[in-house]
Design a protein around this ligand. Structure first.
Ligand code: FAD
Length: 233
């Protein structure tokens, strides 16, 4: 279907939020993505983007959080686009969605960069469960300015005591005392060790996913307890 860019907003130095107005209502599950087809120098190129709406279900607007890869084929062109431009997008798709069984357990979301996008609606869905368990977001970035949705996560922490937000910076400044430092892996470990039945959802680029997979295995989690969305296939 052909979508129209309804709004563009800078979220960080490298990431923009694109709001796409769809020609019809679609239904999506928290965690799904759309495939965008874009013409680059005469080639039709496809790229996938997680749906970053804050709640799943029926919608005629999709929110996408997209990072610029200066040497990439598609994102430099996307970042030149303006409100009113049109894009081809697929129906929502993908199997990286909340398992029913997760809703009875501690759920830990682990991501780097725009890997947080699918977690937005997934976290809200977990928190809508009346008697739900703890929900943890461990989000890795290099610098403070790269952290996506910081204010939203802080507000959610205040309003919902069972939500826990752990931003982690790999290159912190001295002033970043309110955030963890290092890589994400050291920071979800304790939650998993203390809650051996926890379900863990991981989203981001290859290196982080690979390391998380190994660590979760080493911690004794079974394949029914962890789920991955890898941005480079
Ligand atoms: C299911 C799925 C959902 C996705 N959701 C999102 C999303 O919500 N937001 C988003 O920004 N991207 C998302 N991606 C990645 C996106 O599809 C593109 O790969 C990305 O936008 C780069 O496209 P490009 O054409 O500009 O770069 P390419 O020409 O494809 O990039 C060239 C190389 O750079 C690597 N690369 C690109 N960007 C990065 C990065 N930030 N960190 C590390 N390596 C990188 C790629 O692996 C590739 O090898 C998703 C991918 C998948 C498979």
């Amino acid at each position: 279907m052909i979508a129209t860019i309804a709004a563009i907003r800078s979220l960080s130095p490298r990431v923009k939020e694109f709001v796409l107005q769809l020609p019809q209502t679609v239904s999506f599950s928290a965690g799904q993505f759309v495939v965008m087809t874009i013409n680059v120098g005469g080639d039709q190129i496809q790229r996938s983007y997680s749906i970053a709406n804050d709640s799943a279900g029926e919608t005629d607007q999709l929110v996408l959080w997209i990072a610029l890869n200066e040497s990439g084929r598609v994102t430099p062109q996307l970042f030149q686009m303006v409100v009113g431009a049109q894009l081809e997008v697929s129906e929502p798709q993908g199997g990286f969605v909340l398992r029913d069984a997760s809703l009875q357990q501690v759920v830990v979301f682990v991501c780097t960069g725009t890997g947080v996008a699918p977690f937005r609606s997934m976290i809200h869905e977990c928190l809508q469960q009346q008697d739900g368990s703890h929900v943890v977001l461990v989000m890795g970035n290099r610098h403070r300015e790269d952290v996506l949705g910081h204010t939203e996560w802080l507000q959610l922490t205040e309003s919902t005591p069972r939500f826990h937000y752990l931003p982690v910076l790999s290159r912190p400044n001295e002033a970043d005392v309110d955030m963890q430092s290092g890589y994400v892996h050291a920071h979800y470990r304790d939650w998993v060790i203390k809650n051996p039945q926890a379900h863990v959802y991981v989203c981001g680029w290859d290196a982080m996913c690979k390391e998380a997979r190994q660590q979760l295995k080493d911690l004794g989690l079974t394949r029914r307890q962890y789920f991955f969305e890898q941005y480079d296939g």
